[in-house]
Design a protein around this ligand. Sequence first.
Ligand SMILES: Cc1ncc(COP(=O)(O)O)c(C=O)c1O
Length: 198
Amino acid sequence: MTSGGRSRSGMLNFFILESQNMNADGKCSFDEQEGKNGLGNHEHADYIVTGAWSSKAAEEAEKYIKVKKVFQPSKPYVTVPDQEKWTHDEKAAYLYYCANETVHGIEFTPTAPESHNVPLIADVSANFMARPFDFKDHGVVFGGAQKNLGAAGLKIVIVRKDLIGKKQGITPAVFSYKEIIANNSLYNTPPYWRNLHS
Ligand SMILES: Cc1ncc(COP(=O)(O)O)c(C=O)c1O
């Protein structure tokens, strides 16, 4: 269930995290983890909000870093607005987007947004392995396995090597990429399928 290694794209450490992603207060979120891990010394992060999941991600990230939305989202979410009009900041820690907004059906295709020289962070939960993915300019690519790959509760995270270890001091060990890699994705117990037919 776990593996570590290099990919041809230069991204490395494909690993599967254990996954209820629960905090002490019982909250559950991918995005909190991305926020805590990706900060470095930056003061803010840029967010592309194109639907419900990226909206939740931006809201959650505000607990850990100043969030700037590259455009003011307007509901109903129906499209990816014209990128020429977005406001980017090259000092952002990262630029976050959801590759496919499941609820609203807004997908970045065929390419990811322009990175503007900051690492892209992509939530690929709803289109991972469904189409070729260009890892260029990405710092973190992550997704829940339950839609396209496998067991609910599993999370796949692909992290650019230089970003590993740039976490906030408050990051619990179980959410730290460095810790997870050091423990070969087995810092805690991963979910697994039991073979009920044996
Ligand atoms: C694109 C996307 N991101 C994040 C999530 C959240 O996943 P979970 O409910 O497993 O936390 C979903 C769930 O449907 C999703 O479709």
